[in-house]
Design a protein around this ligand. Structure first.
Ligand code: KG4
Ligand code: ZN
Length: 360
């Protein structure tokens, strides 16, 4: 990179209010206010509550990000904000806040695709060169992307229904474990027997790298109900065994489908093959280990960003802003919030809809 660029990033597309200051690939600050407690009583993210909480917290979050980075608005080169896809009220809160700051300061405004934030994270953390294969796996998304450039993505497979994070969250609820489900299920699975319950591996026998996770959630529900019918309730060991079985099934599907996606990608003959993982579910230790072993066997470099940059954050949004500014790509005050915004505009829409709306 030739010119040093310092950007403020703002993220509010789901249930995390986040602000960060990034200078090229250096993260000067990254503040995230989670909303888990606000939604805990409702069994999922309530869009109206999320939007209100974002509006309340954004100012404070931005102030803290600037303070921790020891910069003022005058030191910035631009403001990057998630403009979609996501829960529209939340996205609007962030976009309106960024517009206000840009109108007041004259700083350039850059609207960022949240998925591009996850997809370019390996460039922020590990300076990975284009192209690379990525599995973007979160609460609302699951897709294999060949990342060819900051504006060029080819989707070669994805979920046809639920995203894995959504399946983790719903399964946790079924098992009476706290939200977000991924970390709770992972914790319980540590002391569980993954073989006690025979759970399905959906679409594993079908060719290609499309995936399905909604059947797994139903299977967990049935397995729980049969234990409850037999014993009148779930013991901690039952919860652990069901968690381990569920995590094992998701990992098997993700690893096998990644193997196929890698075969497709390697057939494109990249010079130095790299496979990267991003999104909240990429924080899962068993899934990371499975991917790492797979890559080692295929002479492919495996890149997994640190956990706090796998889940939603604003540093990834600021970084996409840096790449866009380097290409002189700016938005203006007509920037709109988009509930849907697929990265690969040429790919047919995936079926189903997740926590964040339709799969992109
Ligand atoms: O990327 P993210 O923060 O937000 C979305 O864009 O969706 O991902 C959140 C999702 C949640 O569904 C959460 O349960 C899941 O990521 N997650 C995990 C783990 N940590 C977070 N899933 C499995 N194992 C984990 N350790
Ligand atoms: Zn995300």
């Amino acid at each position: 990179m030739t010119k040093t660029l310092t950007l403020l990033g703002i993220e509010s597309s789901c249930d995390d209010t986040a602000a960060a200051v990034v200078q090229d690939t250096n993260i000067l600050s990254s503040i995230v206010y989670g909303q888990t407690a606000l939604h805990a009583d409702f069994g999922g993210v309530v869009p109206e509550i999320a939007a209100r909480a974002h509006a309340e917290k954004l100012d404070h979050c931005i102030e803290q990000a600037l303070q921790e980075a020891a910069v003022t608005l005058c030191d910035l080169d631009g403001i990057a904000v998630t403009a979609g896809p996501g829960l529209i009220g939340g996205v609007l809160s962030g976009v309106m806040c960024a517009k206000g700051l840009c109108a007041a300061t004259g700083l350039p405004l850059i609207g960022v695709n949240h998925l591009a934030g996850h997809a370019l994270t390996p460039r922020l953390t590990d300076q990975v060169e284009y192209p690379y294969l990525m599995l973007l796996v979160s609460g609302g998304h699951c897709q294999f992307l060949v990342v060819e450039g900051h504006n060029s993505y080819r989707r070669i497979g994805g979920t046809i229904d639920d995203a894995p994070g959504e399946a983790f969250d719903k399964s946790a609820r079924i098992l009476g474990l706290p939200q977000p489900g991924g970390p709770s299920v992972e914790r319980m699975a540590l002391s569980g027997d993954p073989k006690r319950f025979a759970l399905p591996r959906p679409l594993l026998n079908q060719p290609g790298c499309d995936m399905s996770f909604s059947g797994l959630k139903t299977a967990i529900l049935r397995a729980r109900d049969s234990v409850v019918a037999e014993k009148g309730g779930l013991t901690t060991q039952d919860q652990a065994d069901l968690s381990a079985g569920f995590q094992g099934a998701i990992t098997d599907v993700l690893v096998e489908k990644t193997k196929r996606a890698l075969q497709i990608y390697l057939a494109m003959q990249p010079k130095t093959p790299v496979f990267a993982i991003a999104g909240g579910v990429a924080a899962n230790g068993m899934i990371r280990t499975g991917m790492m072993q797979l890559c080692a066997g295929l002479d492919t470099e495996f890149v997994a960003p640190p956990m706090n940059l796998c889940t939603d954050n604003a540093a990834m949004i600021a970084y996409v802003g840096v790449e866009r500014m380097l290409h002189d790509e700016y938005d203006d005050l007509t920037l709109s919030a988009r509930p849907r915004w697929p990265l690969d505009q040429r790919a047919a829409p995936m079926l189903g809809s997740g926590k964040k709306g339709a799969k992109a």
